[in-house]
Structure formats: C-alpha cells, structure tokens
Design a protein. Sequence first.
Length: 122
Amino acid sequence: MLRKYLAAVLAVAVLAPSAASADVMTWKLRSFSKNAIEVAFYSQNRRTEWPGGGKVYVNRTYDTVSYPLTCIKGEKICYGAWLKGNSSRYWGMGQGGKQKCTNCCYTCGGNTSTQIHNLNEH
C-alpha cells in the first residue's frame, strides 16, 4: 500500500510543472477603436489560452490596459484582438488565434513586459 502511495506522489511531482518554471508576462494593449475590442492570448507551445474557458477580455477604453498572464518560461504567446461582434476586423492573430501576424508574439521569461500594442482603426 505504501509503495502505491509513494508511486502516486512521485508521479504527481514529476508530471506537475514546477513553481520555478512559472513566470508572468504582462501584455499592454491600447485601443483606438470607438467600438469595444475583444482580446485573447494564445500559447504557441501548448493548448492554452488566456483568459481561457471560451472567455475573452473586453476593452472599452482608450487607455492602455495591462494583461498579466501566468506562463511557462520559454513559452511563445501571441495576442489576438477583434472588434466585438465583428471578428473579420482584427489585430494580431485575431479571434481563435487563426491569422498570421508580425510583431504579435513574445517569449515568456524574466517577468516580461511587452511594448504597448496600439489597436488602431483600419
């Protein structure tokens, strides 16, 4: 019985990510759209999205908004933003992270803080 317990504890310890590998990446986005913008972030290394669970962040302000994401050091994360109710008007990778982008991805590590990404009308 003790062997099974120790094997289970060891398996959890090996499979669980260590606290040392966790990091925080803070994204900064500023919208210049008169309409609300929906935002999500997409890991390129694993099947993870922020905020996750089919939810999105909603930005209704012209102010710079910070989005701190808990990530794994070395993980590549990209943003996607789109007009609320109109995903054909997008920035970065767009809704669902399906579009190609330039300058919309960063690598997590060392408590990274991104430059401000301006979401201008187009």
